[in-house]
Design a protein. Structure first.
Length: 278
């Protein structure tokens, strides 16, 4: 266990972070190309609708800029480029090649997608952008530099806070405390699962227990800062299984990979703590 955690030196953490970020970019870009009708004219995320909200609705400059870059054919090309950039990140990560130009291009493409399709993105997409920001910054700096360490710690802090704040938000919601919120999610059209909804709808006790289980591990996740190897492994295994099952049941492939991709940075940072036992 300790040997596994100690294996993540700065170089390995950077490589794993790059491979994970590239993989999730390639997969989500491919998904966007397969279901491109939601972005096409008449789709629920068409530019004709999106341009009426956010920055594009308040600024003629950004609206005109979007009209040029987000023309349907150009946006399809952007998604194809993101798929290729993702594959390039995976390949270069495997061979320990870190190019600031590649990281910068990937980050720029993600910012363009965020501006174009912000209503269709979730917290996992924001985490992916943070990962790419850190990859770009760290690719410009040697592993023993202060900037490299700050970048890795920034990402790790964001990851820990994302779990903690998600737990706090659920704890404050009556629907999560009584289990009805979890049941309701699986009853939705886009992210639901018929058999899971049927299972939970008739078993309120099970739904409540699962809800409190999610709330508990999210609130307790900051305990990884104790630097105890067994505790770190337990939390990472539990969260990995949680994200994997959620992605499988709700069809959110990017959700699983976005969080797991950030784990190497967290493991490396925890290993730098003076009280870590590995």
């Amino acid at each position: 266990m300790k040997e596994f955690l100690a294996y993540f030196d700065a170089q390995m953490a950077m490589q794993a972070l790059q491979v994970g970020a590239g993989l999730v970019m390639a997969i989500t870009a491919t998904e966007a190309l397969v279901r491109f009708q939601v972005y096409a004219k008449g789709g629920i995320l068409s530019w004709d609708l999106v341009r009426r909200t956010g920055l594009a609705s308040r600024s003629a400059f950004f609206r005109n800029l979007g009209d040029f870059f987000y023309q349907e054919r150009r946006f399809r090309v952007l998604m194809a480029l993101r798929m290729l950039l993702g594959l390039a990140m995976v390949t270069s990560g495997i061979f320990a090649l870190q190019s600031p130009f590649l990281m910068g291009a990937a980050l720029l493409s993600s910012l363009l997608v965020l501006f174009r399709a912000a209503p269709g993105q979730d917290g996992s997409f924001q985490l992916r952008i943070l990962i790419q920001c850190v990859l770009f910054t760290c690719s410009l700096s040697p592993p023993d530099s202060l900037i490299f360490r700050l970048g890795m710690w920034f990402l790790s802090a964001q990851l820990i806070l994302s779990y903690l704040l998600a737990g706090v938000a659920k704890l404050r919601g009556p629907a999560w405390r009584d289990g009805s919120g979890l049941t309701g999610i699986f009853g939705t059209v886009y992210h639901g699962s018929g058999w899971v909804y049927g299972l939970l709808a008739g078993r309120k006790g099970l739904s409540r227990a699962l809800s409190w289980g999610v709330i508990a591990f999210e609130l307790l996740f900051p305990l990884v800062l104790t630097g105890q190897s067994w505790l770190v492994v337990v939390f990472l295994v539990v969260t990995t299984l949680f994200h994997l099952s959620t992605s499988f049941l709700m069809g959110l492939n990017g959700f699983f990979l976005s969080f797991v991709a950030a784990y190497p940075a967290l493991i490396w940072c925890l290993g730098q703590l003076p009280w870590a036992d590995w």
